[in-house]
Design a protein around this ligand. Structure first.
Ligand code: PLP
Ligand code: COI
Length: 358
């Protein structure tokens, strides 16, 4: 399959686009079209097409509803000042989707074809890419298992679709620092589990802790490792970076956290800027001690939706540490500006992360 196999059926009636781009939020409204194709064991992926956005009709016994064989991705298309549309590291999302697929016994999709599918959808929806600073068109590629029956085994039938949502900041407060609770009861991932895969079950498992933290006034929880509950891992929708003295410390990729594409980009930019970077296990004791002694200078999360999100306060077992007086730090701000500068085409792209759509 290649891009020319993608059949495009345009919607007869287009939806009203949001007039006020300052309140887009995240993933609340969807564009006029979607990409969709099906897979059948023995036949492979077939019938790739872009159609008017529509509901799916699935059998109540469909595998995805019962055994959560599902994976997804998240990436963005950006409008530049000279009115071009571009995507950021989109093929890395295609590669990660395949790594998630392998873990969940789902079929892979050719990276170049998947990239063409995303690009074609963005081209069709180019008028939906918002214009205001800090906004983008968020793409949500999704694969679901769709056998009709209750046996627990890898399905033989799948659906892959891509939907798109014009979006603003993920956190309602934008770049204002968030408060995070370090979770000491529930765990998200265990050794040999599926923590590294972008699969719905990881998020379903995180909701209870997230809701309880929200009630206590925290935006998110920071997970500890599932074996010893000693080492900090990641937050619900972001990887975490801590600046201790002059070193950027982040959890290593050992199978239980998502290998974030923003994480990798920030580590690359940090090395470019001459920072010391350590991908290593960081114990919650060390982190709290660094906070208390003033050695923890800044903390921030990284993610496609969250971009670079400063953390103003961390809480663990009733003890709170305020980071950088609860304000966004200089280094965090600089990373935000460098990364978004590349994404919106305002800054040079030394690592060839950008691909032009139109
Ligand atoms: N960790 C989790 C659990 C996530 O859901 C995300 C968001 O995609 C990230 C980390 C950040 O990954 P990326 O930078 O690729 O968006
Ligand atoms: C993303 O940043 O793309 C994500 O998938 C985060 C999402 C869980 C809100």
């Amino acid at each position: 399959m290649n891009a020319s196999d993608i059949k495009i059926t345009r919607a007869q009636q287009l939806k009203q686009k949001p007039q006020d781009e300052s309140h887009l939020g995240f993933g609340k409204i969807f564009t006029d079209h979607m990409f969709i194709m099906e897979y059948e064991q023995g036949k492979g992926w077939m019938n790739p097409r872009i159609e008017p956005y529509h509901r799916l009709s699935l059998d109540p016994a469909s595998t995805v509803f019962h055994y959560a064989q599902e994976i997804f991705e998240g990436l963005k298309a950006y409008r530049t000042a000279d009115n071009h549309i571009q995507m950021f590291r989109a093929k890395d999302n295609c590669r990660r989707l395949n790594r998630s697929a392998e873990r969940m016994c789902m079929p892979e999709i050719d990276v170049d074809f998947n990239y063409e599918a995303m690009k074609t959808l963005v081209e069709v929806e180019k008028d939906w890419v918002p214009h205001s600073e800090g906004t983008s068109l968020y793409l949500r590629p999704t694969m679901i298992a769709n056998d009709e029956g209750l046996g627990v085994h890898a399905a033989k039938n799948y659906i892959y679709y891509i939907i798109a949502a014009p979006s603003g900041a993920y956190y309602p407060a934008g770049l204002a620092p968030i408060n995070i609770m370090i979770e000491d009861r529930y765990v998200r991932a265990v050794r040999g589990g599926m923590g590294f895969a972008k699969t719905g079950g990881n998020y379903a498992c995180s909701i209870k802790a997230g809701e309880e933290a929200l009630k206590k006034g925290f935006s998110q929880v920071l997970w500890l490792d599932g074996e010893t509950m000693k080492y900090v891992q990641e937050v619900g929708a972001m990887n975490m970076m801590f600046i201790i003295d002059d070193t950027i410390v982040t959890a290593p990729l050992e199978g239980s956290i998502l290998p974030g594409i923003t994480r990798d980009s920030i580590l690359t930019l940090a090395r470019d800027k001459g920072f010391k970077v350590e991908e290593r296990r960081l114990s919650v004791e060390e982190l709290m001690a660094a906070g208390e002694s003033g050695r923890l200078k800044e903390a921030f999360g990284t993610g496609t939706a969250a971009v670079v999100s400063p953390v103003g306060m961390l809480e663990y077992q009733g003890k709170e540490i305020v980071v950088n007086n609860g304000e966004i730090g200089k280094v965090t701000m600089d990373f935000y500006n460098t990364l978004t500068g590349i994404q919106w085409g305002k800054k040079e792209d030394p690592h060839n992360w950008i691909t032009k759509v139109c």
